[in-house]
Design a protein around this ligand. Sequence first.
Ligand code: HOZ
Length: 430
Amino acid sequence: MPKPDRSRSEACFKQALQHIPGGVNSPVRAFRGVGGNPFFVQSARGAHITDVDGHVLLDYVGTWGPAILGHAHPRIVAAIQEAATRGTSFGIPNPLEVDLARRVKTLVPSVQKIRFCNSGTEACMSAIRLARGYTKRDKIIKFDGCYHGHADSLLVKAGSGALTLGNPDSAGVPADFAKHTVVLPFNDVDAVQVAFDTHGKELAGLIVEGVPANAGLYLPKPGYFEFLERICRDHGTVFIFDEVMTGFRVSLGGAQSLFGLRPDLSCFGKIIGGGLPVGAFGGRQEIMDFLAPIGPVYQAGTLSGNPLAMAAGLAALDELESTNAHAQLETLGEHLESGLIQAAKAAGIPVQFRRIGSMFCAYFTEHPVHHLADAMHADRARFARFFHGMLDANIYLAPSQFEAGFLSTAHSPSDIEQTIETAASVFRTL
Ligand code: HOZ
């Protein structure tokens, strides 16, 4: 198949390199995990992106999760336009913040109070500070390959772009900060038990992704999350569930509703901003009331609770709640999963396909993937060839083995069929 002419994208990237480090404003966009250069977007609608060269690509990244309804959904666009006519930022309270807070509380019962911020990074960083302020302890547990944004204490053995670029422990994080972060392998009960036996009285919080999806995607073993919740409770450690990606996506109540959990704190982002910059963290009132202005833990933001983001988030949740979106996404996900597995098998390519609802990942390996060490055994060179084969056919997957793919309600069964057929022919070339 001839490669699409992306000369305008190449020219944009050349320009970008002169003005922006690496030409991108977030590292994974640079295609370093798969080689080559990124394409530049002209516009996006539904399940498709149009690049600056005029190619229409079927999109499985969905702006890394927020576009669960597809790009430029009319209900969200209308809500943003309507809100914008009344002002784009106030820096004082507005009723939409209260409406969205109430809505999240209804959907996620563990959230008794919530605070909005501007990104998932801020949400997780603030939840950690709150856990430390509340418990008056310093140490936290995180899991290797999990990514909770780029705050200092969380950028230790991190996933996502940090892992893709080979610097899971970022330069610039003082060793004195990192020493308070205890990093454990995911899905390993014994490792957690030992950490609590050793540091139990010093552990402020344990943070884990609702489904680890920043080193590809792997699922918790049965009972694992329940064990984490219990051991935290037994030690007075704040159980922090990072639902930035899974929140409102894997179900309306998030991963915690699927796994029957009641975390002390949860972190959100992506979908609750309808594609606009947003983050939030919420949970037990007793803990949340440690936040300033009523408590001693300081956290703030000029643009927090931004009226456009709140309006977009409310519109996204309205649409998700009033349609059978999650059932539709599950059907699409099942179709994609079974089709890709069958196509890989027919081509004699070993693949481990991991999926929860509309989030998925394909690892090229014979071995089951339960944690980062397993994910590291996948054939990344083969993944890169697969990625480029699909991109040449204008199907856009996440440009790294260590990212998840996302479906939206704008994907049609024929989009999925086309993806499976294309993958089948790409598999034969791998
Ligand atoms: N895995 C990241 C979000 N969870 C990708 C987005 C980014 O870093 O730009």
